[in-house]
Design a protein around this ligand. Sequence first.
Ligand code: URA
Length: 302
Amino acid sequence: MPRTLDPELRRALAARIRYYNEMGIYDFYRQPPSGRAGDVPIAVDEPEIAVSTNRPESGEEMSSWKAAAVAMPAIEENIFDAIAPKPEQSVSDPVKALKIIREDLGDCTRCVLHKQGRKQIVFGVGNPAAELMFVGEGPGADEDAQGEPFVGRAGQLLNNMIKAMGIEREQVYIANIVKCRPPGNRTPERDECATCSPFLMRQIAVIKPKVVVALGAVAAKTLLAMSASMMQLRGRFYDFRPVGVRSNDPNWDGCKLAVTYHPAFLLRDPRQKGEAWKDLQMVMKELGMKAPSGRWSFVVRR
Ligand code: URA
């Protein structure tokens, strides 16, 4: 008789499997509870889990992450860990709740970035009850020095994008997928994103925005747990629920997520600013916002 999974557990398991698929991993094995290393692995074939483990079509964009078969003896424990109530969930004040998450993060040494020259952890900044959240990739040199996301050149452009929407930086919340600067501003590795993003998921569940804007491919792919080109990802809303955490607000069951270009990319290719503006207009419409009259200050230099 098929076993019925708790819906939350099923969701967490589906997200985990999607995550492994994204890394190019499609073959899963489970050790029996009494299993020892070396036991014959059992294929996971729960019929009630609606997750495709088919390999992607050739030509579909997949990252350079290698295909491999992995044994997942600890998957059930991991999932229970992932959906265990978080300490901030019993706290209604978002400022206090964010503080709890920050304290939980501590002087983080969970991934290699802590020993690759980071000066400090860049947690996130802004309105703890923001309707709109921006999520970037990871701190650069300026952010690492100042402890605040998007304070360098890309940050100035992001500020202008926010202003063009008719709001102030202080009204939104800004964070990154990874909270420590990758050396030389390299793209964060998949495992670094996976290690750090649960803290971002918790921040999102506390802030309970109406819309999250993913800035660039790393943010989009990590938040959506899918791999596609920016062209494919932009131009629509996704239903987004932070993975592995529940909000303490029964009325908040996730939000919309939109993808746009990273401001650093727009600095390199300003011709794409018009496209980014279209993305922001879509967000503004969703939030019932009206752009101030006049030219878009981040698109047209005055
Ligand atoms: N780029 C990012 O992705 N995040 C920052 O905070 C700064 C630059």
